[in-house]
Design a protein around this ligand. Structure first.
Ligand code: HEC
Ligand code: HEC
Ligand code: HEC
Ligand code: HEC
Length: 502
């Protein structure tokens, strides 16, 4: 072979991969440019697949949340909670959270939202849709906040048909992170230490989550509609005026004599903590160090030359290399173990608290049955209210055991103490009414606990099954006709519940 031929061949061998590399860099650049560019998406477009056309990687990773599909029946695991929530929706049905893909589906399916048969039937108010769908900001924009928050849950059936979507967190024109629920802005301003207008980009990477992963209540708000009719809205409100701690929020509710429901057995004016995830997170080491939810739950990942945020929001332990090990050194096994240990410590106090508080309810019920007066009961009931609030505050967000371990254990400790104080007071009362040796009935299984509080479970399940086959199907049909329903958002959806379906 001639020398020039060899040189030519060598050149080709070197050039081809370089050319390919250049092309691939160009493609990646093009894709990165597209990610940074601003496409034409309608304001409040609720269909994620429409946004996905421009942002396939974010969309595909977001769709992966469908893989977290296990139903874990929390009531079966710890039936004491059925007694603790007697007379309230959570005693009927309560599963651990699963992937964002299921948020609307699970809201429709839970026995808590009941079995409405028309737009006026209960039991829940419209507010229950609020952290379940990008159709909510769209509807609020269309109707106004007060109107949106008025009436029963079933009223918005055919309008709210998509689970969490891009429009919940992104501005359609700039793709910037955005808070689409004004009640969060109002709450931050009322609390005062970090007004919404001052929020940094890093803080926004948490605040988009705080729209839903926060403690709230339904504030009764009178307003006058366009026809001059007096209406009452139940407006989602965050109780942050006094601060974020369990005690600050307890004080907020006490100052307003706010009651979520009256306990069926102990007649205690109760509070239900929702999921104070943001509030507890900011008190922990990671919150204090300035981390955001997205740092662990939506880590940056690289594919080829493209870097993007993984929208498969779920357990950070599934991707320890891109989360914990981004900042810490150690092995995956060590980090798993650290989290497991924290969970076990929380579970130990959590179980103790539920036993103590459930028994306090039943002992209070006995004292009432024997004729104890409101006057005699008041102090014990106040202890029960505070004990259960604190217990719920520390566990209801599911992640606090890791986000803020010390605070979680501190508040659980105070829940157990308040619960025991109630029981000491009740012992004295029971003795006065001749029942010093009263022992609370057995609530060690789901069935036994349901019997103790007289929950008509089978009836609730029958009615719900009617709803699932009837109105629920009609709502998606309506959504389809309105052109707002994203069929992809329910692709491969399998009906999964912790109660029997027919
Ligand atoms: C529009 C309301 C909403 C927003 C915004 C939201 N979430 Fe959620 N999130 C939910 C609901 C509702 C569930 C429970 C879904 C279910 O069980 O069907 C959930 C579940 C979760 C879970 C459990 C997932 C699993 O697979 O077990 C995690 C973790 C989570 N969210 C974190 C976040 C983070 C981090 C953000 C911000 C980046 C965020 N969420 C934003 C409403 C929201
Ligand atoms: C330093 C990392 C980190 C940050 C930052 C973080 N989390 Fe978590 N989060 C975790 C870990 C670890 C768990 C436990 C996961 C497990 O047990 O599999 C968890 C659990 C959760 C859960 C419960 C999931 C379930 O299925 O039980 C939710 C919800 C959640 N986090 C939401 C948030 C929100 C909202 C924020 C911001 C306010 C946040 N997290 C910030 C690491 C983090
Ligand atoms: C729960 C809130 C939330 C939802 C829902 C959401 N995102 Fe994001 N998105 C984020 C956060 C947080 C970031 C990180 C922003 C940053 O760090 O600058 C992000 C970043 C992005 C970016 C910027 C590039 C990147 O990957 O960091 C794009 C594009 C994007 N998301 C598209 C989408 C699309 C498309 C959807 C719907 C399929 C969607 N997002 C749904 C919270 C969300
Ligand atoms: C973006 C950086 C970052 C990521 C990601 C991160 N951490 Fe941290 N972590 C920190 C910082 C900063 C501190 C506080 C250190 C201090 O104050 O000394 C901390 C503290 C801790 C602590 C001690 C405080 C406590 O709450 O017990 C543990 C344990 C821990 N991290 C575990 C984890 C685990 C597990 C993950 C993954 C799920 C993780 N970290 C992800 C930065 C990070």
């Amino acid at each position: 072979m001639k020398r020039s031929t060899i040189v030519t061949i060598l050149c080709v061998i070197v050039m081809v991969p370089m050319l390919l590399l250049a092309v691939s860099i160009k493609e990646n650049k093009a894709e990165q440019a597209q990610i940074n560019a601003t496409p034409q998406i309608k304001k409040f477009e609720p269909r994620a697949s429409e946004w996905g056309k421009y942002y396939p990687r974010q969309y595909d990773s977001y769709m992966q949340t469908r893989k977290s599909d296990d139903i874990k029946d929390v009531l079966k695991e710890n039936p004491a909670q059925i007694v603790m929530w007697a007379g309230y929706g959570f005693s009927k049905d309560y599963n651990a959270p699963r992937g964002h893909y299921y948020m609307l589906e699970d809201n429709l399916n839970t026995l808590r939202t009941g079995a409405p048969f028309d737009e006026k039937s209960g039991p829940m108010p419209t507010a229950c849709w609020t952290c379940k769908s990008p159709d909510v900001p769209r509807l609020i924009d269309k109707m106004g906040e007060n109107d949106y928050f008025t009436g029963k849950w079933a009223r918005h059936g055919g309008e709210i048909v998509n689970g969490i979507g891009c429009a919940d967190c992104h501005n359609n024109e700039t793709m910037k992170l955005t808070v689409t629920r004004d009640y969060l802005k109002r709450a931050l301003d009322a609390e005062g230490s970090m007004p919404f207008a001052d929020a940094t980009h890093q803080e926004m990477r948490s605040l988009v989550c705080a729209q839903c992963h926060s403690e709230y209540y339904f504030k009764k708000t009178p307003w006058t509609d366009a026809n001059g009719q007096e209406q009452t809205a139940a407006v989602v409100t965050f109780p942050w005026n006094n601060g974020f701690s369990a005690e600050d929020i307890e004080k907020y509710y006490d100052e307003r004599s706010f009651v979520d429901w009256t306990h069926k057995v102990s007649k205690t004016p109760m509070l239900k903590a929702q999921h104070p995830g943001y509030e507890t997170f900011i008190t922990g080491a990671h919150g204090k160090a300035g981390l955001a939810c997205a740092d662990c739950h939506m880590p940056y990942v690289r594919e080829g030359g493209v870097k993007y945020s993984n929208h498969n929001v779920g357990s950070p332990l599934k991707d320890i290399a891109n989360t914990c090990l981004n900042c810490h050194s150690g092995t995956e096994a060590e980090f798993k173990k650290t989290v497991e240990d924290k969970l076990a410590r929380k579970d130990e106090l959590h179980k103790k608290a539920t036993q103590v508080i459930a028994k306090a309810h039943l002992e209070a019920g006995k004292a009432l049955e024997l004729g104890a007066t409101d006057e005699e009961m008041k102090a014990a009931q106040t202890d029960i209210r505070h004990a259960q609030w604190r217990w719920d505050y520390s566990i209801a967000a599911h992640g606090s055991f890791f986000h803020a371990p010390e605070e979680t254990l501190r508040v659980l400790g105070s829940a157990i103490e308040k619960g025991q104080e109630a029981r000491i007071k009740l012992r004295t009362l029971l003795a006065k009414y001749g029942a010093a040796d009263f022992e609370a009935p057995d609530f060690s299984t789901k069935e036994k606990a349901q019997a103790v509080i007289g929950l008509p479970f089978d009836k609730l399940v029958d009615e719900k099954n009617q709803f699932l086959k009837g109105l629920k199907q009609e709502w998606f049909q309506e959504g389809q006709e309105r052109g707002i329903f994203d069929a992809k958002s329910r692709e491969g959806m399998v009906l999964k519940t912790s109660y029997p379906t027919k």
